[in-house]
Write a protein that binds this ligand. Sequence first.
Ligand code: FAD
Length: 407
Amino acid sequence: MQVSETADAVVVGGGTVGAWCAYFLRRSGLQRVVLIEKRTLGQGASSRAAGIVRTQGGTPWAVRLGEWSRKFYLSQHEELGTDSGFVQQGYLLPCFTEADVGAARERMAMQNALGLAVRWLEPGQVDVLNPTLAPGRTLGGTYCAQDGYLTPPRNVTAYAVALATSGVQVRERTAFLGLQASGDAVTGVLTSAGPVSTPLVVLTGGPELAEVASLAGIRVPAGGVRHQIAVTEPHRDLAAERVPMVFDLAAGLYWRPEEGGLLFGMSNPDEAPGAAACVDEPYLALMRQRLAELVPVTASLGLRRTWAATIDYTPDHSPIIGPAISDGQVIAGVTIASAGGAGMMWGPAIARATADVALTGTSSVVDVDDLGLDRFDAAGNSRLGTDPIALPFPEHAPQAPGNPAIP
Ligand SMILES: Cc1cc2nc3c(=O)[nH]c(=O)nc-3n(C[C@H](O)[C@H](O)[C@H](O)COP(=O)(O)OP(=O)(O)OC[C@H]3O[C@@H](n4cnc5c(N)ncnc54)[C@H](O)[C@@H]3O)c2cc1C
């Protein structure tokens, strides 16, 4: 395969973050944008996700990234002639303890102040809104009717179309091998198909970002861990109009309608980081039990599909958008991007902000000052608090890269 010898920008990783970033760079006016993907487009986490798009974030930047992405999904058809299959379903975050209620009300005030239409539902209102939920179980909850979900494989198709129609040069089955630099500025990348000269590089990699970055001599405290999904067989009580999406935050369990049944996903907080090679059946059984307590009709339903895949995470559950740093020095021209395990809800916004930062050093999508690599100390501890609305991912990155994600 021939790889162009020069490019205005090279983006590494053909997942939702890298691909939309390459598209935004091209749309910003760069002539030659090259996307390097070691497998094929979408073969990382991006095609295997549950597709939840939640604007009800636990931090102001999470809210902004979610809302920007939601609006992007709604505008895609006009912009691209195709879309990621976004469905506005509504999302309920139920509370089960008084402490949950206090935290939820505080969060809602922050979200409302940022313009989100999140409202508080009393216990009776929760039961009316969601007749599949065992009645009388909650102390109320927050609800946003505008939250929804997309179809991850359709999102891969949408960005493949966007890349092709905008003229991004996609190099599949081409691995990034390292950077070329002069002084503290990048001059090109090394790939399995030869070098490419370029003054701008964006490094993504989802669950493999730490490995990608280490090829460039950059330490990124991020990792991958198993996340698993199951879909029940259909049942008339689970018709989509009766089932808002629900996040049982304390249990790390969420669900949404899918093909007349429920799609539910979970992460085991006690699981060590590493690639997911198979479904953890005992943990799936535990989650089925929790789901059946809350949605009794699921107790007798068979499972239509189950899968496990490696989800990306950062120790503070927040995204990374910012310049590459090696030995305390910024590498001029290199920008790092991670969705921190929320690439469906935040991906396009992170991609847009990353393209902005690569081109101008700043972005109007979100204030990136706190989101760079410089928030982590040498041990990978973040100076930011942990985003409270996240799956129970590990809170420490693996000590050293070497945690490859097997798709
Ligand atoms: C089971 C599951 C469910 C999920 N559910 C949700 C959800 O409901 N909502 C949500 O917001 N998020 C969800 N996520 C998380 C979301 O899928 C990810 O955050 C997102 O896909 C990350 O996108 P990415 O582009 O950073 O990474 P990826 O999609 O993993 O893409 C990275 C790409 O980099 C490539 N690559 C790696 N090394 C190299 C190299 N050396 N050279 C070139 N290319 C390389 C890989 O092959 C891969 O294609 C889920 C994830 C999983 C696994």
